[in-house]
Each structure stands twice: as C-alpha cells, then as structure tokens.
Design a protein around this ligand. Sequence first.
Ligand code: ADP
Ligand code: MG
Length: 257
Amino acid sequence: MGEPILKLKGVSRSFGDFVAVDRVSLNIRSGSITGLIGPNGAGKSTLFNVIAGDLAPSAGRVVFDEQDISGFASERRFAAGLGRTFQIPRPFKRMSVLENVMLAPLDQDGEGLLAAVLGRARIRAQEAAIRKRALEVLDFVTLHPLADQPAGKISGGQMKLLELARVLMGDPKLILLDEPAAGVNPALTEVLIGKIEELNRDGKTFLIIEHDMDFVMRHCDPVIALAEGCVIFEGTAAEAQSNPVLLDVYLGAPVDA
Ligand code: ADP
Ligand code: MG
C-alpha cells in the first residue's frame, strides 16, 4: 500500500455554533479502499464536502497528492484528480443519461470566451471526443443501453452508477463515494462493487461512506469511524466490529441503514 494520497490536517467545519467536523486529522493511503463509518449526523458528508471543495472548512488544511488544495474550487480539485459522488444523486433529470455524463466539468473549450476565439470545427471535434469518452464510461458502468433515457427516469441504483460515470470522466486518482449502496438493490450493488474493485486494481483510491457493515467488512480496509465530528477509530473492519467504543456510539445514536 502506498503513501498517503490525501492528508487532512486539523479540519473543522461549523454551522453557526454547531461544530459538525471537529479538528479531523487523517491520512488516506494511496491504493486503498478506505471505509468511513459513523452514526447519522457524525459529520461524514460534511467532511466529504470539505475535501471535495463544496464547503469551505472553518479551519485546517486539505493536502491532495502532495499539493495543498485548501483554496481550490471543486472544479479545480476535480481536474486535479479528486472526484466525488453525492449521498443524494442530483442529475439533470430532463437531460439524457449521456448528456449528464458529458457535462462533467472538464477543461472544455466549447464554452465561454474561448469559444469565440477558437474555430467551430475544433469545438465540434472536441465535443465528439467528449461524447466518445462519455459513451465508453457509460459502457464501463453498464449504463450504455440507457444513454438516451432522461436521467430522471432511471432507478436510484442506476443514478449512483451515473454519478460514478460522471466522476470517471475526470480520470480521478481518488474517488469519494457517499453511501453508494444505500437504497440500491443487491444486484446493482454487486455491479457497483465489481466496478469499484476493478478501478481499484487499476490504481484508483477510494474513500467510501457506507452504513452497510457487510459492505464495509467485505470491501473496505482500513476503516475510519467518525462520531460527533471527531475521528474515534482507525483500524480494520474486523476490529471495528468488535470495538466497544464503536458499539457504544452506534447503540447511543440513530442509525438509518
Ligand atoms: P452524516 O453524513 O455523518 O450523517 P452530516 O455531515 O450530513 O452527517 O451532518 C453532520 C451534522 O451537521 C448534522 O447534525 C447536520 O444536521 C449538520 N449539518 C450538515 N449540513 C448542514 C448545513 N448546511 N447547515 C446546518 N447544519 C448542517
Ligand atoms: Mg451523510
């Protein structure tokens, strides 16, 4: 297992007086499938938002691939190789599955000021290349047959695969998945797991929030647990299951899965 690809240094995030993430310091090892667990409201999604640049931290630094990205906007983090999915997928529902994937924030010249300067032929060629890549990615996540369907018409599980497809357009080094198996039927969950493991063998690192302990036990190593905004455990999934502190935390708080 490699060096840390992601380092969090004293990361906090408050909402008013409420501290959702409280001085979290941790390293994510390159090449790992790391699980992030913890009861509802522990601050897991907030931590993802801070890592991905969708929320500014109240304090602390985020170092990705040896670069301090704390000040980067989410698009710049995506371009640097950091992709994330959302707990609740939010596709453009009236657009097709393919169009949703093509919208991943790449360095496209087809928009804005550059478009006025560049020739149309070049823009068309670039769009064709993006379309081709999007179709390849859809094929990989098994959604190619649904490419022309409106994204609002596909199942919840297929939306999670669509989110993964969007992330893969950026050729990420680190992929953050927020509850990928929640509300997904077992067959599609198996498809998703197969894709995660294939991508991981290709060298991609994963950080996965998941409540399903069976999923975590089978696929995640190491496991990090968060409670009330703080890291309370780091170890193997097996150690997590027999850890008395974790048991306490889970028994004392509502768990939604
Ligand atoms: P988890 O993903 O672990 O279930 P979240 O990170 O979603 O937890 O939320 C952690 C805490 O922060 C919760 O108490 C939640 O209500 C609060 N919280 C999250 N986002 C916001 C927000 N935008 N404004 C106010 N409070 C928030
Ligand atoms: Mg969450």
